[in-house]
Design a protein around this ligand. Sequence first.
Ligand code: ADP
Length: 181
Amino acid sequence: MAFLFLLTMPGNIELLKGDITKLTVDAIVNAANSSLMGGGGVDGAIHRAGGPAILEECRMIVAKQGGCKTGEAVITTGGHLPAKFVIHTVGPVWHGGKNDEQELLAACYQNSLNLALEHKLSSIAFPNISTGVYGYPKKEAADVAITSVSVFLKQHTFISKVYFVCFDEENYQLYQSLIRQ
Ligand code: ADP
């Protein structure tokens, strides 16, 4: 996204390296799958650390609306996590870039932030959605993440802090070079 570099980065974006389940924030975002029934990667880590209450709430959401489509987001409490809520969003699987992957990934960030706003949550932490088993190229995904969040924060000042939490060194380096803190 060429226009990324024309944006001034809002001061309320912060970059962290490590495990998102440890953060004391209003909401952490889960890179879930559409079944909402847990999985590997960050999804597995969140369910392990948060305990069975999160999966139980996910089951109730599935019973009501039948899962979560790619690009959409749903919310549960944080169970035993230090975070109050978990926003579960489903990133796109990378199929080469011509299957609306960019729009769907941007929608994950936008819909997660909209849910945070609806629930009056002002601090939110994102993992690097889709860049694990879903195979989205990390640089392209970081561009989409930073651009979507920056644009949103300029329009919605209620959200006071957004953390990008990188688990792997490659993503951390990429975000560092894009954010220029
Ligand atoms: P996806 O299916 O959306 O690709 P993954 O969970 O496989 O989801 O990977 C998404 C990102 O989450 C990857 O960059 C991975 O390094 C990162 N990740 C894995 N575990 C954690 C964790 N505990 N905290 C933060 N990020 C994590």
